[in-house]
Design a binder for this molecule. Sequence first.
Ligand code: HEM
Length: 236
Amino acid sequence: MQKLLAQPGFLAPSGTFGADLSYLLAVLFTVMFLFAWGLAKKGLGTQHHKLIFVSMVSMLIYFIGYYYARQLGVLTLEGKEGFGGPLDVYENIFLPTLTTHLVLVCLGLILSIYMIFQGFRACDKIEGDYILQSRELRSNPKIFKYTMAILGGVWAANQLILTFIRQKSFAASLAWAIIFGVIALVIYLEKFIEKALPDGANRHRILGRVTMVIFALILVTSTLVYLMLYVIYPKI
Ligand code: HEM
C-alpha cells in the first residue's frame, strides 16, 4: 500500500499517487456536499439528505483509510521535509494555510456529523419526503446526559487501548483527547445553540450554510496546499 501511494502522481509531475488520489477524492467529496446544498436550495430535501449521507459515509471511509496509510498528513507539520520552497514561505504561507486547512477539516467533520443528527431531528417524514419543520427543537435532558456518559466511556476505552494495546505515544493520546473534548464541547454547545436558534428549521438552514461554506474553504485550502507542495515548490 505504502509503495503504491509513493508511486509518481498523475496530476502534477512531482506529485505522488497518494497525494494526487487524496486531493482528487477531497475535491469529489466537497463537490458532492456543495451539490447537496444546491439540492436543498431547490427544495429537494430528500435528495439532499441522501446525497449528504452518501458523501458523509464515503468521506469517513476515506479519512480512516487515509489516516492509516498516511498518518493524516500530520507529518507535514513536523518539519520542512517535502516542501521545496524558501523557509519564509514555509513559515509564513505554507504552515498557516496547512494549519487552517486541518482546523477547517476538523470543524467541517464535526459540524457535518452534528448537522446529520440535527437534520433528522428538525425534519418530519411526510409521505416519504423529509420536510423541515418550523418548531422549537430542544434536546431531552436525559438523552443529553446519556450521550455525555457514553462519550466519556468511549474515550476511556480508546485511551486504554492506545496505552496498553497499541502502546501509542503521549501525542497520540493527546490528539484523541482533543478530538473527544471537541465532540463533548459541540454536544454541550447545543444548549447555547438551542437558546440562540430555537427554531429547528432555521437552525438547520443557518448552521447548514456555515457547514457548506467551511466545505468550500476546505476545497480552497487543500488546493493551495497541493499547489504549494507539488506544483510551485516541489522537493527536487
Ligand atoms: C452535513 C449535513 C447537512 C448539511 C450541511 C445540510 C445543509 C443544509 C442547508 C444549507 C440547507 C438550506 C439550503 C438553503 O436554503 O441555503 C438545508 C435544507 C434542508 N435540509 Fe439539510 N443539511 C444536512 C443534513 C440534512 C439531513 C440529514 C436531512 C434530513 C434528514 C436534511 C434535510 C433538509 C431539508 C428537508 C431541507 C429543506 C429543503 C427545503 O428548503 O425544502 N439535511 N440543509
